[in-house]
Design a protein around this ligand. Structure first.
Ligand code: PGA
Length: 254
């Protein structure tokens, strides 16, 4: 099964709309001719300006969260249709920072995933263990629980529309990347779990990214692993040359 590599930037809470447009223009320039799938997931308020700047670049735009309801009394939340209307086609769901600091649960991750799919957005669903969970030997049980929960109610025909990002929490923003083997082991395990839910065909078509201190230097090795189909990039996505180098590494695996 040939899976198209997918590199997504996660800008987190960085860049005003004007600053975002500047970075987007740099990316447009430096990613010319890229062949893998590329997106940048930006703060809500930046989506429109980034989508505008990236027109014709082949680089997609995503949000970093979405509410499951279509509209209503949910102060501070944003719906899938609102994101689409601003130009987003992707959305990061269940990032570990949201799980850790904003009360995101497996259940809310699942609701957001189903809402994104229903609206035609590509959900990038994040899973990954805390350092304590890894050290206590619970990596696989945590990742299995998160993965199975995320897919509740997802139709088999929609499985390929989901992207999973395996992000060991201890590797995020720490400069401590998982080794190629550590990342591959868990990503293969996620694929196996999806296979148990939906069959090997659907699991074989699902794209699974690695995330956590991925950079120009380690991208090639990680993406060279048989089950790793790209990356979710935080820090290194805020500098156009760094992000471009990671995209190049992904292109070279095609
Ligand atoms: P990092 O972040 O690349 O800065 O480690 C990755 C992420 O949080 O998605």
């Amino acid at each position: 099964m040939l899976r198209k590599p997918f590199i997504a930037g996660n800008w987190k809470m960085n860049k005003t709309p004007m600053e975002a447009a500047v970075l987007a223009n740099e990316l447009k320039e430096q990613l010319k001719g890229h062949r893998c799938e590329v997106a940048v997931c930006v703060p809500f308020v930046d989506i429109a300006s980034v989508a505008d700047a990236l027109k014709g670049s082949g680089i997609g735009v995503g949000a970093q969260n979405v509410h499951w309801a279509a509209s209503g009394a949910f102060t501070g939340e944003i719906s899938a249709d609102m994101l689409k209307a601003c130009g987003a086609t992707y959305v990061v769901i269940g990032h570990s920072e949201r799980r850790q600091f904003f009360g995101e649960t497996d259940e809310s991750v699942n609701k957001r995933t189903n809402a994104a799919l229903a609206a035609g957005l590509t959900p990038i669903v994040c899973v990954g263990e805390l350092l304590a969970e890894r050290e206590s030997g619970n990596t696989f049980s945590v990742v299995e629980r998160q993965t199975v929960a995320a897919f509740a109610g997802v139709a088999e025909s929609d499985v390929q529309k989901v992207v999973i990002a395996y992000e060991p929490v201890w590797a995020i923003g720490t400069g401590r990347t998982a080794t190629d083997e550590q990342a591959e082991e868990v990503v293969a395990f996620i694929r196996k779990n999806v296979g148990l839910l939906y069959g090997e065909g659907a699991a074989g078509a699902l794209r699974i990214q690695y995330g956590g201190s991925m950079n120009a230097a380690n991208a090639q090795g990680l993406m060279g692993q048989p089950n790793i189909d790209g990356g979710l990039i935080g820090g290194a996505s805020l500098k156009a040359p760094d992000f471009a180098a990671i995209v190049k590494a992904a292109d070279s695996t095609m």
